[in-house]
Design a protein around this ligand. Structure first.
Ligand code: NAP
Length: 287
């Protein structure tokens, strides 16, 4: 029997309706809408698509949304000046600087310049520290999207073997942290799982992955997870978004659907969940 589809598009629609209802309630009470400012530097086509999608999602949810597009030659000082302006603007609750940034700009310096309270991506070291110590101000969007996709589809992680392929600061590392943490009132998304993090130096990746009852692929390598790497019935979440010949493909080989119990599609899996979690964070930032 083919794997049950973990439909991120449908779940995202449900959760966005919840967020939109909360925004409408704020408006009815005469409060200003949650506001997200996105900054994009240069003309990276993938970044433009991401920012456009985030902007649209904000508008659909009744949020205020601004996109600041700066030329590729923007200096670090110019970008920092814009971030400072957005930090000081009371209508802006969330500030997002789309990565990657051009070479002349120190990415870390820019991420550290975003006011932690407005850091709805959860990239600022203060927010990463709060997450790591079990008192998150915000959850990072893609990892939180993965956790919601699992939990809201009834896939438990507590006490189970979870393998995360990838250890980046944006996806693998914070996701592994969240899945391993004890759930508390302050940290409800803690997954209580036994987590293994795999990467390019992992010996026998296939054997490590086969241990997983829940397997998350976040390597950025098309089709790197093949059916022989998946335990029958495992839940597999595909974070990968890779462009191959103009087509969007994941990190999980399509034939995994014949082995896995659950599988998230690409597109229509984690992608829409990521943007939804950004809306959730922006709403929370608005207070
Ligand atoms: P990244 O920074 O390139 O990190 C990739 C990680 O995967 C690294 O830790 C790397 O190991 C590991 N890896 C790469 N090839 C591997 C292999 N053959 N075997 C085992 N491990 C391997 O990428 P990222 O930013 O985490 O993104 C990962 C994927 O998710 C990309 O396709 C990206 O486009 C996608 N993504 C999707 C969303 C979404 O909303 N759907 C959001 C963010 C990212 P080393 O550390 O050893 O190099």
């Amino acid at each position: 029997m083919p794997a049950t589809r973990l439909d991120g598009k449908a779940l995202a629609a449900t959760m966005r309706a919840e967020v939109a209802a909360a925004a409408a309630a704020r408006a009815a009470a005469g409060r200003r809408p949650p506001g997200l400012a996105a900054v994009i530097v240069g003309d990276n086509p993938a970044s433009q698509v991401y920012v456009r999608n985030k902007h649209r999602a904000c508008q659909d949810a009744g949020f205020a949304s601004w996109v600041h597009t700066l030329p590729a030659a923007t200096t670090q000082a110019e970008l920092l000046a814009l971030v400072a302006r957005l930090n000081a603007d009371p209508a802006v609750h969330g500030v997002l600087v789309q990565l990657p940034l051009p070479r002349q700009i120190d990415e870390g310096a820019v991420l550290r310049a975003v006011a932690p309270a407005k850091d709805v991506d959860c990239f600022h070291p203060e927010n990463v520290g709060l997450l790591a110590t079990g008192h998150p101000r915000y959850y990072p969007c893609t990892p939180h999207g993965v956790v919601q996709l699992l939990h809201r589809n009834g896939i438990a992680t507590a006490g189970r073997e979870v393998v995360v392929v990838g250890r980046s600061n944006i996806v693998g590392k914070p996701l592994a942290l969240m899945l391993a943490q004890k759930p508390t009132a302050a940290n409800p998304a803690g997954g209580d799982a036994t987590v293994t993090v795999a990467h390019t130096r992992t010996r026998d990746l296939a054997a490590v992955c086969r241990r997983a009852e829940v397997l998350v692929a976040a390597a950025g390598v098309p089709g790197v997870v093949t059916p022989d790497m998946v335990a029958p019935g495992a839940a597999v979440v595909d974070v990968g978004t890779n462009s191959v010949g103009g087509k969007l493909v994941g990190d999980v080989h399509p034939a995994v659907a014949d082995v896995a119990g659950f599988l998230s599609p690409v597109p229509g899996g984690v992608g829409p969940m990521t943007i939804t979690m950004l809306l959730v964070n922006t709403l929370a930032a608005a207070g």
